[in-house]
Design a protein around this ligand. Sequence first.
Ligand code: ZN
Length: 226
Amino acid sequence: MGVRGGGFLEAGDGDERGRGKARARVNAPKLALIRPASAGILPTFPSWSRASALDPNSFSFLERSSPENFLDLALKEAQRALEADEVPVGAVIVDMPTGRVIARAHNQRELLQDPTAHAEVVAITQAAAHYGSWRLTQAALFVTLEPCIMCAGAIVLARIPKVYYSADDPKAGAYRSVFEILANSKNNHVPEVLAGIKAAESGELLREFFRKKRLPPTNGRKGPPG
Ligand SMILES: [Zn+2]
């Protein structure tokens, strides 16, 4: 089914790249609306149903479901990206009042041939469709890699109040590593950011990806050519 990959399209649809972008964007609202009700797809954490529904700004959903749990889901998305030969980055967005995952996505840049198809941006599109609003003021974003400048910009524009990420990105990170977009007080919105959760796991996926990329063709031999 279409949601199996956690994104909009499966790797097997790669021969339909010409239509991929259009299908992805068209499908986004439908899938985002379907997902929260799909108990078979979404993991269940006991506290979710007990999270406060009265205080929309409450972070109480984290009291029993730790950020690690949500980053585990994001890491599963990153794993799917890895299997699809994409840079392995995954993201989930949680509705804080209910503690429910309302968006989950992984990087699909190669599949869609779309430079904006980063995990965070795809997830933000899903979450906006879920709320029927571009203001994601009740949402927390969990992502396996420090957001780039584009994703940091999208986070600011979406007014996401809480961001958790795993590994720093020394080449393109826009929280603290290269740029300080997320932490820039000149923005009209500055999210709270918590970095470094599950960084080792995320880093290992990224290293695995780039290790594979560096290997020359083996012509059927095992291991790198000596
Ligand atoms: Zn990005």
